[in-house]
Design a protein around this ligand. Structure first.
Ligand SMILES: Cc1cc2nc3c(=O)[nH]c(=O)nc-3n(C[C@H](O)[C@H](O)[C@H](O)COP(=O)(O)OP(=O)(O)OC[C@H]3O[C@@H](n4cnc5c(N)ncnc54)[C@H](O)[C@@H]3O)c2cc1C
Length: 383
């Protein structure tokens, strides 16, 4: 480290940290020595992941090259899995035994899926961390070329936005290959898309009906076995592929740090995005929960909006300036890809299932990705 410089450790190459690297490229602050720890070389963008599973996008379309962006930012990029945060020693330990010291650390490691480490999910494919989507896509491709005499049976566990999109994507993939399919979404709740409002839920139900996607609501999964999903109460669904897509849960390293976490295991943060117990630790995106706004959804939309506040606050901490507060927006545009050339859109009470909604989503997502892809390309300008 250069004398007088602050060691900034960015753990996880999520939405927020990619933007922090972009700000470093643009502004070149002299005070920071940045290091980023990333699980994989590529960061997958969740908004386009269902489209990738459905064959609408390639890996290049939906992922950013983290080492290349870090290189342009003059940041060190460490590919590895962070397993321990020690706030007293100010270090982060990686699975491979390396330990990285910091002056300031920011966590942007996303979320896991509730129950995904339990026995109920042992045989299920998981999509988090998101690079696992590539493995899921391989499984879907194998299934798609299987015997046409029998339907491919796919069970998606979780009827949230991700579950609905992945069910639609799986169905689309089978349809394109001409493989008959039975796609079922299972959820313990009695409606799909909890928290989305009744009218949008009804529209989404109609869409799933038309697309031939079954729902098994009010059914709690007891176990996922090699060829069936067993439900509590004794019923079961035959399955060639089960996909685990339940609600969000924090990674174990957050609670193990000793810093306060909320019941799902995410770090409690102030409006400044700092841990409530340690101002040197920031937690952004899914892995932090604002103590003044504990109920906002774990959604990439919020992560993206946190980035300018995190950037401001990192610099303010180093320069002994005034920290800014992050104020989450009340509502946001939700667009779910139904993978049939249409999308379900909800915004401020307006609902639509249409081709134009898909075109809008595609334009927004491609625009978002273009920004970071350019940064990873050799010879691109600094702005
Ligand atoms: C199928 C699906 C579709 C979705 N679609 C949308 C959508 O259209 N719009 C939307 O707003 N939200 C969507 N979401 C929600 C969205 O995925 C999350 O809210 C968003 O990704 C959170 O962003 P993040 O920056 O916090 O984390 P992420 O984007 O998940 O990034 C975290 C990064 O940290 C890395 N990481 C994880 N653990 C470690 C570790 N221990 N050490 C080092 N690195 C680590 C991961 O590999 C990943 O690169 C979707 C979710 C799913 C499952």
């Amino acid at each position: 480290m250069s004398p007088g410089r602050t060691r900034l450790l960015l753990v996880g190459a999520g939405h927020v940290h990619l933007e922090i690297l972009r700000r470093i490229i643009v502004e070149r602050p002299r005070e920071l020595d940045a290091t980023i720890v990333s699980l994989e070389e590529r960061h997958f963008y969740s908004g386009m992941t269902p489209g990738y599973l459905a064959g609408q996008y390639s890996v290049d379309d939906i992922s950013s090259n983290v080492p290349a962006i870090a290189r342009r930012a003059g940041a060190e990029c460490v590919i590895g899995c962070a397993v321990r945060l020690d706030p007293a020693a100010r270090t982060v330990a990686l699975q491979d035994g390396r330990t990285i010291p910091y002056d300031l650390v920011s966590l942007n490691i996303g979320s896991l899926l509730a129950g995904s480490d339990g026995p109920a999910s042992r045989h299920a494919e998981r999509i988090k961390p998101l690079h696992r989507a590539a493995q899921l896509k391989d499984r879907l491709e194998v299934l798609a070329v299987g015997s046409r005499d029998r339907a491919a049976r796919i069970v998606v566990i979780g009827a949230g936005a991700g579950g609905v999109e992945v069910a639609c994507a799986s169905a689309a993939m089978m349809d394109r290959a001409g493989r008959p399919r039975e796609v079922t979404i299972v959820d313990r709740g009695d409606r799909i898309l909890t928290g989305y409002g009744k009218r949008f839920q009804s529209l989404a139900e109609r869409a799933l009906e038309q697309l031939g996607i079954r729902r098994r609501l009010g059914g709690r999964v007891a176990a996922v076995e090699a060829s069936r999903v067993a439900l509590e109460g004794g019923d079961s669904l035959p399955s060639d592929l089960a996909i685990w897509l339940t609600g969000p849960q924090g990674a174990g390293l957050l609670a193990a740090s000793g810093l306060p976490v909320e019941p799902r295991g995410f770090l409690w943060t102030e409006d400044t995005l700092q841990s409530v117990a340690d101002p040197r630790v920031f937690a952004v995106g899914d892995c932090g929960t604002l103590k003044h706004h504990p109920t906002i959804a774990k959604s990439g939309v919020y992560a993206v909006r946190e980035a300018p506040v995190l950037w401001h606050n990192l610099l303010a901490t180093v320069r002994c300036g005034r920290l800014a507060a992050y104020r989450p927006q009340r509502d946001f545009l939700s667009i779910l890809n139904t993978a049939d050339g249409r999308a379900l859109l909800r915004y401020k009470g307006f609902n639509s299932w249409s081709r134009w909604a898909w075109r809008l989503k595609d334009r927004i997502d491609r625009g978002f990705m273009r920004k970071y892809r350019r940064l990873g390309e050799q010879g691109a300008g600094d702005r």
